[in-house]
Write a protein that binds this ligand. Structure first.
Ligand code: ACM
Ligand code: ZN
Length: 620
């Protein structure tokens, strides 16, 4: 009797607790204006949204394995944001469903239409790939409700979307520092979230050869290991710790498959004939001098490169690329071509004999050694073409004349992009000045200024005609890892700059607005947090930048932060809400000490930023 009474009390208490939880749960409606900004968004934040709860079903067309996987991705994303995975099921007429469908009538295979009302969501893609991007938009539109007791909802509305460029790339250099397969997969997850469809994997470098080649085992046995690493340029300090690592062919295939599931193509790069010290150490006969060579432990461009006149060296390059093409189904195969000094080629008997045999002569535009490089890369290119693929290389390829069908990556500046397009070759725009996320000189800005530098870059050269513009197939960000020893720094460098990059790649230029981007960025940072992706935290500090101005002895000063309202002083005192409020550019005498602080919406403050005006002056 007593037991029954206790049970009844417990049941009543449980019902009360559950009802309280339901009553206290708030519905948080997301926003369909995500990063990258979709082509068009209409949403009604006053209308009843679609609430995602445990009865929500994700439906896909029966028998379509790719769509089933798309549905499973969406379920897994919702689990990360909301704390539970909706059920995935073939075709459903059930209410409360997110219905995925393909309709070629959408007109763009990467495009999609997303419609939402209180009864459900439909994502219709021009192909399965378009559906995947619609899923990314839905995912990024959701608030993070996991562990909050709140409920997520999608606003009533419609998105019609498609990308600006068909090539949307990101490059990671694993030669200077090696990152394991599990981390490469995480980077691929980051790319997927930003609608990036090409992962350019820079697999070989002077300081490390990172991909197994079965015919040349010493490439990884010897060429993937260096004794130590330069960690401070100024003091020439080395870490005195060996660095090594490479991917087996099986692991590389695993990465290719992982990326393909996320509709990403992996472009392998074997960088030749320069940046080949690791190969020369493994096989000294590949060089002009025959060595001996030593694995470099510092950074830079090295005079020792592959011999451009040796038949055996050319065969080596073809053998390596042949194995690479067996692993990577990518339509593009990148063979580098950058930073190849011709010092040894000028005196090497084999190189000079080959130049003579080919009848190469110096011209006003191309030295004969540069033309020898074009010949060497062109021969490898023929093999690539014979396998139905396209050769890709850095813009130095222009120096010796472009090999037929070559696709160029314009890195030294935006200018080679225009030159390439005018030669009617495809080009990917990736200038060091804007899209190298690792470059301390060009991209050393902090906080949100680091994003603005990327965001305000326009990849399409304005001087091209409409016909020439068709050769600009897209744009790419690159991370070179000389000074990037760990994944914490990788993420600091690439996030959220990748978000700014994605807007260059995907959004229409007329839809781009930096301040609007910053508003859309805040929810994206929460998604990063929910995924455990690190990103540069100085976005939420105050960053002071001085620029030259027309008044003698003064600087134009910009203060930026994502944190909130900024207050500053010019007399060395601690700033607070009684200090001057920063509304925009100010002009300040050089030598003055400026102190600034930002107040977050919750009333807390950022650390105080202190800057001697004019000590560092930036150009725009
Ligand atoms: C490059 O940055 N050397 C392509
Ligand atoms: Zn040579």
């Amino acid at each position: 009797m007593k037991n029954r009474l206790i049970k009844r009390i417990l049941v009543v208490a449980m019902i009360a607790a559950c009802s309280w939880a339901v009553i206290s749960a708030k519905t948080i409606t997301g926003n369909l204006n995500v990063v990258p900004q979709p082509y068009s968004v209409t949403q009604d934040l006053e209308a009843a949204p679609f609430v995602i709860n445990k009865s929500t079903i994700i439906a896909y067309p029966e028998g379509n394995a790719v769509m089933q996987r798309n549905a499973e991705f969406l379920a897994s994303y919702i689990a990360k944001s909301c704390g539970f995975a909706p059920r995935v099921a073939p075709e459903s007429k059930a209410k409360r469903a997110i219905v995925l469908a393909v309709d070629a009538g959408i007109g763009n295979s990467e495009g999609y239409r997303l419609k939402c009302d209180k009864n459900g969501v439909t994502i219709t893609g021009g192909s399965e790939v378009g559906v995947f991007y619609g899923i990314q938009t839905l995912y990024k539109s959701l608030p993070i409700t996991k562990d909050t007791g709140n409920v997520a909802a999608v606003p009533a509305g419609e998105v019609n979307d498609m990308p600006r460029f068909t090539y949307r790339g990101f490059m990671l250099d694993v030669g200077r520092h090696f990152y394991p397969v599990e981390y490469i997969k995480e980077v691929i997850d980051m790319l997927a979230m930003h609608n990036i469809n090409y992962f350019h994997w820079h697999l070989t470098e002077d300081q490390g050869w990172r991909i197994e080649i079965k015919k040349y085992p010493r490439l990884t046995e010897v060429g993937s290991v260096r004794k130590r690493t330069l960690i401070d340029q100024k003091t020439q300090t080395y870490d005195e710790t060996p660095h090594s690592g490479y991917y087996t062919q099986e692991e590389a295939r695993e990465v290719v498959a992982y990326a393909a599931e996320r509709h990403i193509t992996v472009i392998p790069e074997i960088d030749l004939p320069g940046h080949m010290m690791a190969a020369l150490v493994a096989y000294p006969e590949l060089g002009c001098t025959g060595g001996p060579y030593e694995m470099p432990c510092r950074w830079g461009v090295f005079d020792d490169v592959l011999c451009g006149g040796s038949e055996a060296t050319l065969q080596f390059a073809k053998d390596v690329l042949s194995e690479i093409m067996d692993i990577f189904p990518s339509p593009y195969i990148h063979i580098g071509g950058d930073e190849c000094p011709k010092k040894h080629w000028k005196t090497c008997a084999k190189c000079q004999a080959k130049i003579k045999e080919l009848g190469l002569e110096d011209t006003a535009e191309h030295s004969k050694e540069n033309q020898l490089q074009t010949y060497f890369m062109g021969e490898v290119g023929k093999l690539i073409n014979s396998r139905g693929r396209k050769m890709m290389g850095w813009d130095e390829m222009l120096e010796g004349g472009l090999a037929p069908g070559a696709t160029v990556m314009s890195w030294t500046s935006p200018k080679p992009a225009a030159k390439t397009a005018r030669l009617h070759h495809d080009v990917v725009v990736t200038p060091i000045q804007y899209l190298y996320f690792s470059n301390p000189y060009h991209n050393g800005r902090k906080g949100i200024k680091s994003l603005q530098r990327v965001y305000n870059f326009e990849p399409m050269p304005s001087e091209l005609t409409a016909d020439e513009q068709k050769y600009v197939i897209g744009t790419q960000g690159c991370l070179w890892t000389e000074w990037t020893r760990d994944t914490v720094k990788v993420e600091w460098q690439i996030l959220p700059r990748m978000a700014a990059l994605s807007e260059l790649q995907w959004a229409q230029p007329e839809n781009k607005d930096f301040n609007n981007f910053l508003q859309r960025l805040t929810p994206l940072l929460k998604v990063y947090d929910s995924r455990g992706f690190g990103y540069r935290k100085d976005l939420h500090e105050v960053y002071v930048q001085c620029f030259k101005c027309k008044y003698e002895g003064k600087s134009r000063v910009e203060l930026t932060t994502l944190a909130g309202e900024i207050y500053y002083t010019l007399d060395g005192s601690e700033p607070n809400k009684q200090s001057m409020r920063y509304y925009g550019n100010i002009v300040v005498d050089n030598g003055v000490i400026l102190k600034a602080v930002a107040y977050r919406p919750d009333g807390t403050t950022t650390p105080i930023a202190t800057e001697k005006i004019g000590a560092t002056v930036w150009t725009e």
